[in-house]
Design a protein around this ligand. Sequence first.
Ligand SMILES: Cc1cc2nc3c(=O)[nH]c(=O)nc-3n(C[C@H](O)[C@H](O)[C@H](O)COP(=O)(O)OP(=O)(O)OC[C@H]3O[C@@H](n4cnc5c(N)ncnc54)[C@H](O)[C@@H]3O)c2cc1C
Length: 393
Amino acid sequence: MADEILTRTGEKFDSDDEVQILDAIAKWLDRDVKDKVLALEHADEYPHEMVEQMKSLGLFGATISQAYGGLGLPSSSYAKIVTMVSEVWMSLTGIFNSHLIMAAAVERFGTEAQKQHFLPRFASGELRGGLALTEPNCGTDLQAVRTKAVRDGDDYVINGSKTWISNGIEGGCVALLVKTDTEIQPRHRGMSLFLAEKGPGFNVGRKLEKLGYKGIDSAELFFEDYRISADNLIGGEEGHGFHHTVGGLELGRINVAARGVGVANAALKAATAYAQIRETMGKPIGQHQAIQTKLGDMATRCQAARLLVEDAARAYDRGERCDMEAGMAKLFASEAAMENAAECMRIHGAYGYSKEQHVERYYRDAPLMCIGEGTNEMQRIIIARQIMERNPV
Ligand SMILES: Cc1cc2nc3c(=O)[nH]c(=O)nc-3n(C[C@H](O)[C@H](O)[C@H](O)COP(=O)(O)OP(=O)(O)OC[C@H]3O[C@@H](n4cnc5c(N)ncnc54)[C@H](O)[C@@H]3O)c2cc1C
């Protein structure tokens, strides 16, 4: 009999449903994605065809409630999808990850009218986007954002700029973090989050060149007297934008951690296979202890990272505070991806350095997980603060 899986939104979901969805994604990755990754990656080309397939699979509504047209998946199941996709091509997850964090902000904190207006279009993939938080002068210290929204009748007028915004070119909408009050203390009380659709005054700058995470667009955005209805202020009240953003980062960190598991797994699988094929000194390199110790560490990191992700995702699905659990998962899984990618490259020797294989991509993609959704330096600080708060003397 199928086991019931808890969802944060109270959706009915069980292990049979999960198996079916994971199976459909696995078939898609095998049939339509796997063989096209190398070409798209090296051309840094947006995978339009795959985006259409992702729409059909329901990926743009994966964690949106069924009541608004989504699949209503618990984050524990969603994390498994992110891991599977990242094993094949991590960039693809960027197209729906921050999109779903934007959707989660609407579902958790938006008014009913905002949910009705935006969520069905997000779920179908008709309107896609992400999070516009980072600015040229600040990433970690989000309370220092300078983009400003000034009330004007029933509208706000927004001026400022954002950078590094995933889906900034191909998407149609962002959750935009601004200051509505630049004087108030503490600074976070002057912050608000808007659902900003592209239109006059919302200008897209250049596509940023990156080490890895190719295919997906990372862009600068400029807001010049961009007029937006007050109806697009998430929750309808100023001053809660920082809280709404930080609330979404828990899920964001679980997603990044799940990506880390995917890249760490991919590196382990490639290394395990190669160690049994490549021979030196008359035997497969996997028979040398120097290679065995690497594989042993790599496999252990994969398993530990996966368990941390599952633990954080289950806490999230139970509706518990899980910044520490999500932080631990993100920290460990991203570092696991870094270490496994480097070891996989060493095990492959020169072939690991070749652009004709996938191994060098893991090495280029892994560092992003240490930066995005809060750097690993910040995760350590969050974990330390929480461990003391939960264990007072
Ligand atoms: C490929 C890519 C995609 C991205 N996508 C998005 C996106 O879609 N939306 C978005 O809004 N942003 C996005 N970002 C930006 C990302 O979230 C930021 O880069 C990240 O938050 C770090 O900010 P920063 O780069 O400004 O570094 P900084 O904040 O300047 O930090 C620099 C260094 O100082 C450390 N540091 C900072 N403060 C402290 C402290 N208090 N204590 C200890 N150490 C500290 C950091 O850990 C880091 O090592 C993306 C970035 C990349 C590279």
